[in-house]
Write a protein that binds this ligand. Structure first.
Ligand code: SF4
Length: 305
């Protein structure tokens, strides 16, 4: 059996966990290609206009897997407990995908993480493994190994980003969801752009997730979305060590629009640039704004010397 995984949304958070899990079960995986203009256009075609750019891209990636696998994996992740709500798109993603592609030759497999409904992550993956033909013991072992691999990869990533803090150049904390930061078409050009301007981007996902949620309380105590709290936690962790902050958001993201506004009001001791990514404009104009932002930081720094 061959499982397709769309290279979008939570793939960027869980790819180590997912790849290891399927590998441990002896199931081959195929990942959709990196985002390009064709995939972006396909995503805009299949998604409704109200979708955020990130979920539009997701549908483009699902369409790219048609005919390349036996089933596409789209998890339904509703929450990680009463204090850990996910953006509602992650709760609806599986149903949206099944309905959007109902006339296509694509089957889907899912797992349902919903701690509020007594379905924790481990149980969700064990049930997925069993539905794919594994014994319960084998599926549990596969989940436990994949969870450990994911934790180890996250620790290595944190260490890598923390090492970049020792760089003498201007450092910019780029605050955004991993699926926006690392997407080849929308986020990566911005990270590369920062480097080309002789500055160092530090990515907001380089945090211990539980610690980041606790740290977020230092900035705001009432954010419902778990991933937004992680972004706040990254600011709490890194903001004293960086020279500026870029907020990277996919239009129209409800959680980010509220959180970014609050960040701008509460974080006064670092310059902040708010960049909105849109499928219409692509990165047009962003390079100029990046250049001005980093120039201003550089002039201020030099003036203080
Ligand atoms: S958090 Fe924002 S960018 Fe992410 S899926 Fe939800 S609406 Fe889209």
């Amino acid at each position: 059996m061959k499982i397709g995984i769309p290279r979008a949304l939570l793939y960027y958070r869980y790819h180590v966990l997912w790849n290891t899990f399927f590998q441990e079960l002896g199931i081959e995986t195929v990942i959709s290609p990196h985002t390009n203009k064709t995939l972006m256009d396909a995503g805009s075609h299949y998604a409704i206009d109200e979708n955020c750019l990130s979920s539009k891209l997701f549908f483009g990636h699902v369409s790219a897997l048609e005919g390349k696998c036996d089933a596409v994996f789209v998890p339904r992740i509703a929450n990680y407990g009463k204090d850990g709500v996910m953006c509602s798109r992650f709760e609806g993603l599986y149903d949206m995908a099944v309905n959007t592609f109902r006339d296509h030759d694509i089957d889907f497999v899912t797992c349902n993480v919903d701690i509020q409904q007594k379905c924790p992550e481990e149980q969700a993956y064990v049930m997925l493994g069993v539905s794919l033909g594994a014994s319960e013991a084998k599926a549990r072992e596969a989940y436990q190994k994949s969870y450990q691999a994911w934790q180890a990869a996250q620790k290595a990533h944190i260490a890598e980003e923390e090492a970049r803090l020792h760089d003498d150049r201007i450092k910019i904390l780029v605050v955004g969801h991993s699926y926006n930061l690392y997407d080849e078409y929308i986020g990566k050009p911005i990270l590369k752009g920062i480097e080309q301007l002789d500055a160092v981007p530090i990515c907001s996902d380089a945090v211990d997730l539980k610690q980041a949620q606790e740290d977020s309380l230092n900035i705001c105590k009432s954010v419902p979305w778990i991933m937004s709290r992680e972004l706040l936690g990254s600011i709490a962790k890194y903001h004293n060590d960086v020279d500026g902050i870029i907020l990277l958001t996919a239009f129209p993201c409800g959680p980010d629009s509220m959180i970014n506004e609050m960040i701008i009001r509460r974080i006064k001791d670092r310059p902040i640039l708010n960049l909105l990514l849109d499928s219409q404009d692509g990165n047009a104009g962003i390079e100029t704004r990046l250049e001005s932002f980093i120039d201003i930081i550089r002039f201020r720094k030099e003036a203080r010397l």
